[in-house]
Ligand binder design. Structure first.
Ligand code: C2E
Ligand code: CA
Ligand code: CA
Length: 637
């Protein structure tokens, strides 16, 4: 006889059915949205499976109670046990999940798993004993369902405390907004369970576990998919690489970079997005488009599924030319195939960016062996730079100071010089700035290099002074990026004071910046350091979009006219007149004008005729090791 009433009145299966349905949807979404298959992702997947199991057994449990009655007790007991066990395994997986996503130290992670494991085992074993003990444990009688001690509630409270403690413990290891997202969902889940408990309800027990799961899914595992472009976030590329590697499927890629969007961080206009989407889906079988960054797209296709990929590439490029006539955006296209040299999306992207550096705008480059060799070299240089940054030795022997003398026209001799950095590395020998300054800047190492070069320059200046050489100062190059560092002035003055030379024996060369906020910081820093007597040079004048008005507002001492202006002044009389007038304007405003890249007597004569105070270039000397400055500076009488 089925039992009605007392056993099942407080339960409706909607909560469990909905939980199951939502879990299924999440699983479906997961497999269609290219989510990164990380470790936390796998734990998450197992949580979902146990949640489905818990909902199924819970529905089954109440169904058995409803339809079989007293004789159904063993089956109902077993189902109840599985449901409880699933929920406590989920609790345990929550602790693992938190430990993984927050990268907890081994010790804390071990302890939390240990305590969680004990609670879970305790509840399961107790429940098992309770289920097997038909006299005092779980049993169905005429009076209703009887159980021993309610360990479920005890275990639940123990886990709320453990997880609450963990979530507070990790508060500084996780992005605050994400953390608050979890706090609010966990509070809601616990509140829901308490409310239903006091209302004598049990329909939402499993459902309350769904809430943190939905939060986890959205916060940690959602992967932005751009519907219009049909592109996927770049981090999903790693999965694809791994998949192709495991299956030994070779793949090719086409990269499209448009600097306009990259620099302005504006998104590509809708009509272009539409074209890109059409291109990425109609020329290859099974190709995927990744959105690397603003204005940079990467199309990856299987070469196995597209054996005629070379023809396909030709036709896509042909069609591209037509489209380009329409949109007229500058581009760089790189085309290559997978290689064992690169193992994740970051490496592919730095590889492509390394190629961009030596590419003309509006050109197409097919990857060659040489690109791989260049990339290896750059990767080696970057490793060495990382090490130089890490050890922070001001006398690091890998950093060399070269120096180029500067001719002072009024004095008729060399009285200043510019310090130029070189690296001396074991595997490459001397490395020039064009191969490492950008790497140092991009990776945040440049300020340490500046400190090293300034220290070495100050030491050389001190020695030269002690030996009686007469010279005014030596200038050092500083990247505009460094000025943003709040300790910039402190670092610079610290090094100069340590070497016990007067501040006016060194100078700093800076290039102009477009940014308004950079301008204000630059003004502030220059003024602070000028108080110590340090002189300032504006480097590379004529290469950017110079605003004369702004430059005049900054207290520079010397304006360095770039070699491109020296060349321009030789090309036609109109250019010569512009350069000459600008130089005169600066000279009249009490700035000194220095011409860079003076290579021959022709350059020299022209520059002298254009308000020059200083001349620098190969005509006088190439950069030489700083010790050789003795050949250029004279000994004072
Ligand atoms: P820059 O500051 O404009 O340095 C002048 C560059 O022009 C030097 O190249 C120099 O060797 C070269 N040069 C000198 N005379 C002539 C000439 O007559 N004709 C031609 N065509 N070139 C000439 P280098 O040493 O390769 O340095 C390149 C750039 O790397 C520098 O340009 C500077 O922007 C950067 N750099 C060099 N050392 C440092 C440093 O210690 N810190 C930072 N932040 N940047 C540095
Ligand atoms: Ca310079
Ligand atoms: Ca320069």
């Amino acid at each position: 006889m089925p039992i009605q009433g007392v056993y099942t009145d407080n339960y409706m299966p909607v909560g469990d059915i909905l939980t199951m349905a939502v879990c299924y949807v999440i699983i479906i979404v997961m497999f269609f949205s290219f989510i990164k298959r990380t470790r936390s992702f796998r734990v998450f997947l197992i949580i979902l499976l146990f949640l489905i199991l818990a909902s199924i057994t819970n529905v089954a449990y109440y169904t058995v109670l409803k339809h079989t009655g007293l004789q159904g007790a063993p089956i109902a007991g077993a189902l109840r046990l599985i449901m409880h066990a699933s929920l406590f395994i989920i609790f345990f997986l929550f602790t693992r999940y938190i430990a993984i996503v927050t990268d907890l130290t081994h010790k804390v992670s071990l302890w939390s798993s240990f305590i969680g494991g004990i609670i879970t085992c305790f509840v399961i074993i107790w429940d098992l004993i309770d289920t097997l003990d038909t006299r005092r444990g779980f049993r169905i009688t005429e009076a209703g369902i009887q159980t021993g001690t309610d360990v479920f509630m005890i275990g639940y409270i123990a886990y709320v405390i453990l997880l609450g403690f963990l979530l507070i413990y990790v508060r500084n290891r996780i992005y605050k907004r994400v953390l608050y997202g979890y706090y609010y969902t966990v509070i809601l889940a616990v509140a829901l369970n308490l409310i239903q408990h006091f209302a004598g309800q049990s329909s939402l027990t499993v459902g309350s576990f769904l809430l943190p799961v939905v939060a986890m899914f959205y916060i940690m595992h959602s992967n932005p998919y751009d519907v219009r472009l049909g592109s996927i976030n770049i981090s999903a590329m790693d999965d694809m690489i791994r998949f192709y590697r495991e299956k030994k499927i070779p793949f090719g890629y086409m990269s499209l970079f448009m600097h306009t969007f990259s620099e302005s961080h504006t998104s590509v206009p809708a009509s272009m997005q539409e074209t890109i989407r059409r291109f990425s889906s109609s020329y290859f079988r099974d190709a995927r488009l990744f959105h690397v960054s603003s204005g940079h797209f990467l199309l990856i296709f299987s070469q196995k599924r597209n054996p005629d990929y070379q023809e396909r590439i030709s036709s896509i490029l042909k069609a591209f030319t037509t489209e380009h006539a329409r949109f007229r955006q500058d581009y760089k296209i790189v085309i290559g195939s997978c290689t064992d040299q690169l193992s994740n999306h970051n490496e592919y992207i730095s590889f492509i960016r390394n190629i961009h550096r030596n590419m003309e705008e509006n050109s197409i480059h097919f990857v060659t062996e040489k690109d791989s060799a260049d990339y290896d070299r750059a990767a080696y240089i970057l490793r060495e730079l990382t090490d130089i940054y890490r050890v922070r030795r001001l006398d690091d022997p890998r950093v060399l100071v070269y120096c180029q003398p500067v001719y002072n026209i009024r004095l008729g001799r060399y009285d200043t010089a510019e310090a130029l950095m070189r690296l001396n590395l074991k595997e490459t020998g001397i490395v020039y700035p064009d191969q490492f300054i950008h790497l140092a800047e991009e990776n945040g190492y440049i300020h340490v290099l500046t400190q090293i070069i300034l220290h070495k320059t100050c030491e050389a200046v001190r020695t030269l002074i002690a030996e009686g050489y007469s010279f005014t100062r030596i200038s050092v190059n500083v990247s505009a990026l460094e000025l943003k560092d709040q300790y910039f002035c402190r670092d610079i003055t610290g090094i100069i004071e340590e070497s016990e030379i007067p501040g006016n024996r060194v100078a700093i060369e800076l290039t102009e910046s477009q940014d308004e906020s950079d301008f204000l910081i630059m003004q502030q820093r220059i003024n602070e350091l000028k108080d110590l007597g340090i002189k300032f040079y504006l480097d590379d004048f004529g290469t950017g979009y110079s605003s004369l008005e702004r430059i005049m507002q900054l207290p520079f001492d010397i304006i360095k006219f770039d070699r491109s202006l020296v060349i321009a002044s030789a090309s036609n009389s109109r250019s010569a007149q512009i350069v000459s007038n600008m130089a005169r304007l600066f000279a009249e405003m009490d700035f000194s004008v220095l011409y860079e890249g003076v290579e021959d007597t022709g350059d020299e004569q022209r520059c002298i005729g254009m308000s020059a105070s200083y001349l620098q270039g190969y005509k006088y000397s190439r950069p030489v090791p700083i010790d050789e400055m003795r050949h250029f500076f004279s000994l004072s009488a």
